[in-house]
Design a protein around this ligand. Sequence first.
Ligand SMILES: Nc1ncnc2c1ncn2[C@@H]1O[C@H](COP(=O)(O)OP(=O)(O)OP(=O)(O)O)[C@@H](O)[C@H]1O
Ligand SMILES: [Mg+2]
Length: 401
Amino acid sequence: MTSRTGPEPSPFSPGYGRRPLVFGGHDEELAELTAVFETLDFGENQSVLISGLRGAGKTSMLAKLQDSAKDNGWLVISDDASAGLMDRVMETAVPTLLSELSHEARGRLTGLGIWQLNAQWEYVDRHREVKPLLRRDLVALSAELATQRRPAGLLITIDEVSSGKVRLRELSRFALEVSHAISEGANVMIVFAGIKVDLDALVEQEHTTFLRRSRELDFRRLTPRQTQHVLAESIHIGGKQIEPEALTLLVTISQGYPYLVQLAGDFAWRSSGSSSTITTADAHAAHSRAITAVERRVISRVYQDLSDKDQEFVTAMAADEGGRSKIADIVRRMGVSDQYVQVYKKRLIESGYVQADGRGHVVFSLPYLGDYIRSMTAEPSGAPVSDDWGDFPPPSAHAPA
Ligand SMILES: Nc1ncnc2c1ncn2[C@@H]1O[C@H](COP(=O)(O)OP(=O)(O)OP(=O)(O)O)[C@@H](O)[C@H]1O
Ligand SMILES: [Mg+2]
């Protein structure tokens, strides 16, 4: 055993796809989906769409669902919606799942003539005489899982749904195969995650009727209570204490935005060094660093996800420093018709960027987006940059003869 001295490692995990130690909120949804893994009673949960802005916790939710499915004996296929999805699933994911099944199960499955297994019942190839279809793989695997002592199913998670034309076509082909498997009775749950506009574009594709009936989980902010729980519990598990006032300050800084909760907690933890208590001074020290980091890593990407017109809309909003904008002002600033602005407003509200706030007004639902836009559109200050290099100008390329 080595004894470690110095600061305790941070229990926070700021970063895309980094699972939080304490997962805040979404208890009801998690309980309902976990119940499906236990009972195979799918209800409205055969297909699920998880939408939310960047850093809202979609990938972390998928990871929770995968764990819960596996705990209940389910097989899990998880992939991103990038090109080659179907091939990866059929040529790598499914064979890997086969190899995890018992010898007897593999023996039974070869009888179906879908896969070619060798004498050790290991996957070799696909039988060539039939056109390989994902739906057959899923139906066969599901049938096998259903005969287990404890019947189980298959969870498929597809992250990073984005709206490139080619990708959407491939995704909808994938979804079609899954829907066929489901209509043939396979116990399959499929969960897609992405930003709202991209998921909407997917659902609009051909052959995705069954996705239109999906359950939608829209990830927004955590509540103040949930935020406080994530911070306090992480700090407790990490082995420190936090002054109540410092905790409240971190809740306020993070505004319940999951990525920012992790950043604020992490900076405060680091600021406390080897002390066993996180103080208000630590929380103050975390403030500006956390905001700078979230703007660079998250908010800038959130902004870039918007179309040019949507960007114009939020930029027109950002002119109101108070954070609340009158629709009539936005119409005037954008110099377009009222109906036109209504269309953008509706879309931005649906995708979680903006909230209606009283009649004829909107506010940013994502804290700090307004500040970010203002900082980008601010006139650069006239002062010359001084960085000490002024005293060392580059030598002329042509030295005088
Ligand atoms: N429910 C939660 N409670 C606490 N922290 C969370 C929660 N969900 C996510 N986080 C933290 O937030 C950050 C972003 O999470 P995640 O990568 O899951 O977001 P995302 O929605 O998938 O983002 P993107 O759209 O960019 O893929 C990570 O640091 C993660 O640890
Ligand atoms: Mg993600």
